[in-house]
Design a protein around this ligand. Structure first.
Ligand SMILES: [Zn+2]
Length: 135
């Protein structure tokens, strides 16, 4: 992906890019550690390579960026104003892939929780959701 983007698009993309250990994911991990939970990270042998895996509970957590995974009705999930057709198809593929992974995990007997980036700001609320899910 070197030539297909204009400089503006390129810098916009770079601002959106997050590494594996994104901030929201670290927030979730730290919180769960503090709550005393143990988990594995990025298990590649499971559909979608879930960010956090609780093997004995057969539960997984995905921490999703609101833009790349298109959080519905979320400000951060909105489509870029330019090159909309390109982004629509690209992001649509992500959404379809996510849904497929969740369905496959369910069929395999795993329960999944998706934590959206924008929902990691409120620690108290996030703790409640996480402990409800893991109980
Ligand atoms: Zn969001």
């Amino acid at each position: 992906m070197t030539d297909q983007f204009s400089p503006e698009q390129r810098s916009w993309i770079m601002r959106q890019v997050r590494s594996k250990n994104t901030n929201p994911e670290l927030i979730v991990r730290r919180l769960l550690h503090r709550l005393g939970y143990r988990f594995r990270l990025h298990r590649r042998d499971l559909p979608g390579t879930p960010d956090l895996v609780f093997v004995s509970r057969r539960k997984v957590i995905f921490v999703h960026g609101c833009f790349w995974h298109q959080h519905r009705k979320c400000r951060r999930g909105s489509m870029p104003a330019s090159n909309t057709a390109f982004w629509r198809s690209k992001l649509r593929r992500n959404v379809v892939r996510d849904a497929k992974h969740l369905a496959t995990l369910k069929a395999l007997g795993w329960r999944s929780l998706v934590v959206w980036e924008c929902c990691t700001k409120n620690a108290a609320q996030l703790s409640r959701r996480l402990t409800d899910f893991l109980q």
